[in-house]
Structures are given as C-alpha cells and as structure tokens.
Design a protein. Structure first.
Length: 633
C-alpha cells in the first residue's frame, strides 16, 4: 500500500510539475503579433549590399545595409499606410523600390504602386513616372542606364526605360489586351504571352517584325508559357499544361518545336525557379507539395552543389535561395521551418563560410512552437484535397479541440508549410489547427482553381467540412469541440461553414469577412476597376438567387452557434457594409453577435500591435468558453 501510495503521490507531483512547465511556456500574445524585424531581403548584383524591408505597423520602410559590416548605407520612408513591397536592382548601385498604399494587414495593395529609384547611398533619388504600370523584362547588364519594361495600354508594349529619369522609348508592341514579353540572352525579342479582350490566353512567337500565334486557350485552360532560354538561346524553358493540370517545365526546341520534360509534380505547380548566377541556365524548380522540395535539373553545375550542400546543412528546415551575386560568389539563403520564423544567411562560395545576416522574429523560441505536418484526404466526391494540421506541442495529438482555419483569397493564395503566427498562437493555447487547400486555391493547377469558381459557399465549404471529418476520424479532433475562424474570404468561409453545417461547429469567428455576395458586386475596391469586375463576374454565381443562397447574411436562420465578428472601419477591400449586413440580419433573427471587435483606425486586417493584442485576447477568451478548458461539458 505504501509503495502504491508513493507511486500515486509521485505521479501527481510529476503531473503538477509538467502542468507548471506547460503553463510557463504560454507565449505572450504580443510575441506572435508584433512586427517582424524584416519582411523582405534582396541582394545586390555585386553581393555587396542587401535591401531590407522593415515593417513598422502602418508603414514599411526600406534600409540598405553593407554586408561586410552591416552598416546602414541609406533608409527610405514614405509615410503612413505606405509600404515598400519589393525592391528590384537595376544595376550594381541603383534599385527601384515599389511602394504601395495598404490599409490593412491582409491588403495586397490598394491601387497601383508608386516606384522610386535611388542609389544605395540615398543619392539621385527620383520618381519613375507611371512606374507601377511597368514590369521589368530585362535589366540589360551591358547597358546599366536602361532596362527593358513592359506595359499594357489597350495593347501590350515593350519599352526601354532610363533608370535615372524614367524616360521611355518604344521597342515593340503585341496584339494583346494584356501582355508580357520574353527576350533571349542577346536581348532579342522572342515571345509575347498574354490575354485578349475575350479573356483567352495567347502565346505569340516573334517572326521578323510580326507575330505568329503558337498557342491559344480559354482562361483557366491549357497553358504554354515560355519563361527563359538555355545558354545557346535555342531551348526555351516553357511551362506546359494540357488541360489545367499542374504545369510541368519542358525544354522547347525553338527550331523543331520538340518538347523535352525537365521537371514536374503531379500535385502542384512550380512555386519558383532557380537560375544560374549568369541567368543563362535553369538549375532547379521548387515545389510546395506538402513540405517544400527542390528538383535539381542540372546536378553537375557547380552552383547546384553549393545549393544542395546548404540544404543539407540545415536539417528540419527549408532553404529558399533568395539571390546570388552576378559572379556566383555570394548566395543569399533564407532558412525557415514550421516552428522557426526564419533567418537569412549570406554564403561565400570562395571561403565556404556562411554569415548570419538577420532573424525575422528573434524572440520566438522554436522549442515552444508546435509542429505542422502536411495531410491529404479524399473529399466526398473522390477528389484528393491537401492541407496542413498543426498539433499543440506537449499534447498527445488525440481528441483535441480543433480550429478549422480557411485561408483568404480565395483564388491564387494557398496555405503552405512554414511559420504562421496565428496558427502558432492558437496551437500555443491548446488548439489543433486545420488548414485546407480547398478547391479554388492556387498552386494546384488551373483546373483545380477553376472548380472553385461560382462555388464559394458550396463545394469549397464542403472540402473544409470533409477536412474536419477527416480529423475526427483520425482521432485528432474531438467532434464536440470544433470551431471555425478565418479572415477575408476565410471570414466568409467561417460563417458560411456554420450555415452549411449548422450541427458541426460550436462557434465561429469572422474577421474582415465578406458576408453578402450581392453586396460584394457593388461595394469595396474590387468592383471599382474593370479587372476587378471581370474577376467577380468569373468567380461569383451569376444568378441573384444563388448569390443569396451562398451568402451568410441571407441565411442567418441556419446560424445556431455563438458568433464573433472583427472588422476595421477603414477597410476598402471588404468595407463595413459587409459587417453591418450580417450584424443586422443576426439581430433581426434574435441572434446578435456575442463578441464584436471594431477598430476605427484599421483597414483590411489590423496593423497596430495594441489592436492585435485586444483582438487575440478576446479570441482566446471566446474559444476557451466554447471548446477550450473553460467550455461547459
């Protein structure tokens, strides 16, 4: 009896100590949602400098650092709600910075970005007129004062643009409503790829001073997209999809039209391409099929040996190569994982040494974060659907409260493996988090994305539900403790899920969500532009009755769970009219939102730390009440 009693006492003591350890590892909400130390890093052509985008709540500034001593060469700030999205180096000492107006965390951009040019030391700053309407085609290494750019103005134009003052000279045009151009390594114009007024996609080959059509298909159908050339300018690296399946990379012989397969993945499209330092050879293709993977095409190239070695040097991490100096000496590597927000290193191929540059969130401790794993399941109609499940650290992964967390977009974006602050916050609070790349998501081929068109509130929601049922069957999720939470389209999906499945969920949280599809056709910044109206006409139901049937605001009679709504009063992407439409409908049905978080100074997603802390503390309390430790049995 004494031994048994002692064992019981020791077990209780150990349980108490373990519980105390788990509680001690509860990470403050601020750590997840304060701005990272940087959002983007790019390497200069010489490898001497890095340009670093630094988020600061309502703005993103740019800093250029000299790599050898990390001294500041210059900095650029453009004011409130102005964010440096990206940088493009146009010669060894000069770059373009693309500055967008954004009113929220989830905004891609509002309007066309402005483009400013500057030297690394801040001298010779200038505005590039209409810069945001141009896309760089080639930086013309042998002519540092000029770049080739493309722009569509009723037709597709190729220009030479002076990087010092923004002057342009027309080089060529193509008979496309929206178009892009491809030149070979000698600067000769070879292809144009784009779209006509009827939304058909077209590929043209340059023939003398004219064009020959070599491919045409309806939007979302087959593709044949030339991307680059081999060192001899004969083989064309080309993305090919026969009927909307994930595109594969072929070498197209420009003289015989023979295609040779170089790389492909049956599940996903190429995510990025890795070229040699001189830009003349495609070395690898990167895919996000579950975990990130790199398919090396030329395994004998000396730079490939460096890339493979760096990948092997960081086990349990993904390594993305963000740049290489023109001479091939310096390689910029971004190293990250599901529990590690990421670090940048500069590898010197001459000395075989890696120099630490920057850590995105140095205060995050990977050992306190929760692992994410790739999953797939069969939807009710037999379609294979992919996604991710994050299991709270220190749990046994069984019978857990589950958050079904749909991504925004919905067409084009997708969830992927890596550090996600929201997911890690929820997992740190004890919740398993399911992310489903439902039909309509990007990255799985045009056909998969097209299946989501006009099915925002039906097939796409069913894929999410089938993911929840998979998690229940696997024993991961407690079927009585499931809630759903998302932002933007994800906010729509969170509410539409409880409309379509009124018995499955215990609560729902909509964050800057669309709740009325008819309202989306006339309110917000999307229907203000022709391209936005065309997008909505393609992806939303055309029948007014079906639009209402797929709108949570018109179906509140089926919402039988507590609702939390979050919105920014300055949101232009999903304006407050969406929030008000759902709130009025819920109140009219005697089911007012239980929790509302509004922020007068926020847009499409909260940017200020104070507002984010208020939001996620309220979210934690709401979830805890219905499916967490504080939930009633």
């Amino acid at each position: 009896m004494m031994k048994s009693g002692l064992r019981w006492m020791l077990a209780g003591l150990l349980a108490f100590v373990f519980a105390g350890t788990a509680l001690a590892q509860k990470v403050p909400v601020e750590d997840f949602f304060k701005d990272p130390e940087f959002s983007n890093v790019s390497l200069s052509p010489t490898g001497e400098y890095i340009a670093v985008s630094v988020p600061q709540e309502d703005r993103t500034i740019l800093v250029v650092l000299k790599v050898d001593d990390m001294s500041v060469m210059g900095s650029w700030e453009h004011g409130p709600n102005r964010h440096v999205d990206s940088v493009r180096w146009v010669n060894d000492e000069r770059f373009f910075m693309y500055v967008s107006r954004k009113l929220g965390r989830y905004d891609f951009r509002v309007g066309t970005p402005d483009v400013y040019a500057s030297n690394v030391d801040g001298r010779r700053r200038t505005v590039i007129p209409n810069g945001g309407t141009y896309q760089i085609v080639d930086t013309l290494e042998d002519d540092p004062d000029w770049v080739l750019v493309q722009r569509s103005i009723d037709s597709a134009y190729l220009f030479r643009l002076n990087v010092n003052d923004g002057r342009v000279r027309t080089v060529a045009t193509a008979p496309l409503r929206y178009g892009a151009f491809l030149v070979d390594h000698s600067g000769e114009l070879r292809y144009a790829i784009g779209m006509e007024e009827n939304r058909e996609t077209v590929t043209l080959r340059r023939t003398g001073d004219g064009w020959t059509e070599i491919h045409r298909s309806p939007m979302g159908g087959s593709t044949l997209i030339p991307m680059g050339f081999d060192p001899d300018n004969r083989l064309v690296y080309t993305a090919v999809s026969e009927d909307g399946e994930p595109a594969k990379i072929f070498a197209l012989d420009a003289e015989t039209d023979e295609l040779t397969l170089l790389s492909g993945n049956d599940n996903v499209e190429p995510y990025s391409h890795l070229y040699s330092s001189d830009g003349r050879e495609l070395l690898a293709v990167r895919y996000l099929d579950g975990l990130p993977e790199t398919d090396f095409i030329n395994t004998e190239h000396p730079e490939v040996l460096t890339y493979a070695g760096l990948m092997n040097a960081f086990p349990d991490h993904a390594v993305a190569f963000a740049g290489i100096s023109r001479d091939g000496r310096f390689v910029l590597a971004h190293v990250y994982s599901d529990v590690d927000p990421g670090t940048y290193y500069l590898f010197d191929r001459q000395t075989n040494q890696a120099k630490f540059l920057l850590a995105a969130r140095s205060w995050i401790k990977p050992e306190q974060m929760s692992p994410m794993r790739a999953v797939s399941f069969t939807a009710r109609d037999g379609t294979t659907v992919h996604g991710y499940i994050t299991i709270p650290r220190n749990s046994d992964g069984r019978n857990l409260p589950l958050i079904m967390h749909p991504h925004g977009g919905p067409h084009g974006p997708r969830d992927s493996w890596g550090f996600n602050p929201e997911v890690q916050f929820l997992a740190n609070r004890g919740y398993a988090v399911l992310q489903v790349n439902f039909r309509g998501s990007g990255g799985y081929g045009n056909a998969f994305e097209r299946k989501g068109y006009q099915n925002w509130g039906t097939t796409m929601i069913d894929d999410m539900t089938d993911g929840v049922e998979w998690a229940v069957r696997e024993g991961i999720a407690d079927p009585a403790r499931v809630c759903t939470y998302g932002a933007s389209y994800g906010g729509y999906a969170a509410l539409q899920s409880v409309v379509r499945e009124p018995e499955r969920y215990r609560c729902t949280i909509g964050y800057v969500g669309v709740y009325s599809l008819p309202l989306m056709l006339r309110d917000g910044d999307i229907p203000r532009s022709e391209s936005g109206r065309n997008y909505l006409a393609r992806v939303l139901p055309t029948d007014a009755g079906e639009q209402q049937a797929q709108s949570p605001a018109f179906n509140v009679d089926r919402i039988n769970v507590p609702v939390m709504l979050v919105h920014g009063e300055r949101d232009e992407r999903v304006p407050m009219s969406q929030y008000r439409a759902l709130k009025r409908a819920l109140e009219g049905a005697g089911k007012p939102p239980e929790v509302e978080i509004l922020a007068r100074n926020e847009g499409h997603g909260f940017q200020e730390l104070e507002n984010n802390v208020r939001l996620y503390n309220a979210m934690e309390e709401f979830l805890d009440k219905y499916i967490g430790p504080g939930a009633a049995n």
